[in-house]
Design a protein around this ligand. Sequence first.
Ligand SMILES: [Zn+2]
Length: 201
Amino acid sequence: MKVSRIYIFYAILVLLLVSGHSAFSDDGASASMYGHKHHETAPESGLQSVGEYRTTGRIVRLLPAAANSFKRMQKEGLRHGIKIIPISGFRRFSYQSSLFERAVKRYGSRERAARWVAPPGYSEHHTGLAIDIGDGARPECNVEACFEETRTYRWLRNNAERFGYELSFPGKGSMVSFEPWHWRFTGDSKSREVMQTDGRR
Ligand SMILES: [Zn+2]
């Protein structure tokens, strides 16, 4: 009698563990990781080029609404002597994965790496609505802290909103470090839904 009760106890325990495990793996991802939200990857057929980043030789791509707005913003900037350079737009899961693994090696842990690079599946770059921006006059500051001191950054701070762009990682109150180069498009209701702006503006 006693033995069978113990077996039942263990059977229930195992069942609970197994069902708990499958509940996690069913949706494949939690809502957020180290301060980065989970994001679906945009359909690549819908992406548009906003230019090529010379350093990597990569074509920078965004969804149409974000791409058109970026190009208008770039043109407007140029009229004021501001050279807005597209560095990185849409990213595949596999590319984000390689960036993140490199960051883990550099910073020593996944948590510390995530202060600078989103884990794969949790990057705004998957959505085709986020873009890293550089200053054509200060290429040494591309994706570096000194981008904050460039004319392009100051111009974006004052003007990007008119084109539907906002800073994703302003630093304060977030696990993710301040990234002055990383901007996201929230200029229409569809993009806002994708980004689920959470009041960290
Ligand atoms: Zn970025």
